[in-house]
Design a protein around this ligand. Structure first.
Ligand code: NDP
Length: 285
């Protein structure tokens, strides 16, 4: 039976680290503050925003909710972003997705100051992921790496197979795991005979969005399996990995819920503090 990659426990220890860091900023008279922009009233986005609010409060971080009507134009949204970019009391900005169809997502993401871009979506931060420079890295791929590192799973020299090349998870993860000295294969919907690749993985990471796509017969015995998928099914939330079958074969496995997803909010807030430190560095330059 596979050992558990316990996202909840790891999130708890990161939260303890962040509390210390937040207290240090507050002692210097700086209240770390995140602005979350919500355009429209998507019910799931409202839930996410509230849960971020709670998580931020728990760490002593201020969260400013900026709620805009559905009919907000792209220009108006850019204006709000520019205003928040210029506000020295705001250290991070994130936009809840999805945006209404009339707003170009990439365009507005690129309007955020890269040092306030806690979601790591700005082209500058995207570039830093590739070059290995110190920027803000999106929370979910960061979470996949963090869960491995904090569980003391060796990565260097291992063959990592990522299933999924999406902009949110798979693609950034490719560069992050490469940085950890793994040999990397990326599979996608046009990969013929997916199982032939997944069976070669020492570390298998699923980031697809298809419930239980990865089954026990697709996994090498003893492999480390990280499940970044979140799928809503009639039986509740499940990952891209068939947990029951794969945990019989794998050496390590992350559950859904309780794995990768448990870390994403706390890593987003860690990005806020990292961005704040980078902004202070810019002031000193
Ligand atoms: P995308 O939809 O952008 O990408 C999905 C990828 O999966 C694509 O590269 C697609 O291939 C590939 N794919 C689809 N079907 C197959 C298949 N049968 N075999 C192999 N590859 C396939 O997804 P995201 O990157 O946005 O998200 C991936 C998953 O991560 C989702 O389940 C999402 O819910 C989850 N997620 C989890 C978060 C968390 O907090 N834990 C946060 C964000 C996302 P192609 O490129 O060829 O189309």
């Amino acid at each position: 039976m596979a050992e558990l990659l316990d996202g909840k426990a790891i999130a708890q220890s990161i939260r303890a680290e962040l509390r210390v860091e937040v207290a240090r900023w507050r002692d210097q008279g700086i209240l770390p503050s995140l602005a979350v922009i919500l355009v429209g009233a998507d019910p799931a986005s409202i839930v996410y925003m509230k849960s971020k609010h709670k998580a931020a409060q728990d760490l002593g971080i201020e969260l400013r909710q900026v709620q805009l009507p559905e009919e907000t134009t792209e220009d108006e949204l850019r204006h709000v972003i520019r205003f928040l970019n210029a506000d020295p009391q705001i250290h991070g900005i994130m936009i809840e997705l999805p945006l209404p169809k009339h707003i170009n997502k990439a365009g507005v993401m690129a309007a955020i100051d890269p040092l306030k871009d806690v979601d790591g979506m700005h082209p500058v931060n995207r570039g830093y992921i590739m070059s290995g420079e110190d920027g803000l890295i999106p929370a979910t791929p960061q979470s996949c790496i963090e869960i491995l590192l904090r569980s003391h799973v060796p990565i260097a020299g291992q063959h990592a197979v990522i299933v999924g090349r999406g902009d949110t998870v798979g693609k950034p993860l490719l560069f992050l795991i490469l940085r950890q000295q793994a040999t990397v294969t990326v599979c996608h919907s046009r990969t013929p005979d997916l199982a032939a690749f997944t069976r070669q993985a020492d570390i298998l990471i699923a980031a697809v969005g298809q419930a239980r796509l990865i089954t026990g017969d697709m996994v090498k015995p003893g492999a480390v399996v990280v499940d970044a998928g979140i799928n809503e099914t009639s039986g509740g939330i499940c990952g891209d990995v068939d947990y029951a079958g794969v945990s019989e074969v794998a050496g390590w496995i992350s559950p859904v819920p309780g794995g990768v997803g448990s870390l994403t909010t706390v890593l987003l807030l860690r990005n806020l503090l990292k961005g704040l430190a980078l902004q202070r560095g810019r002031l000193r330059d």
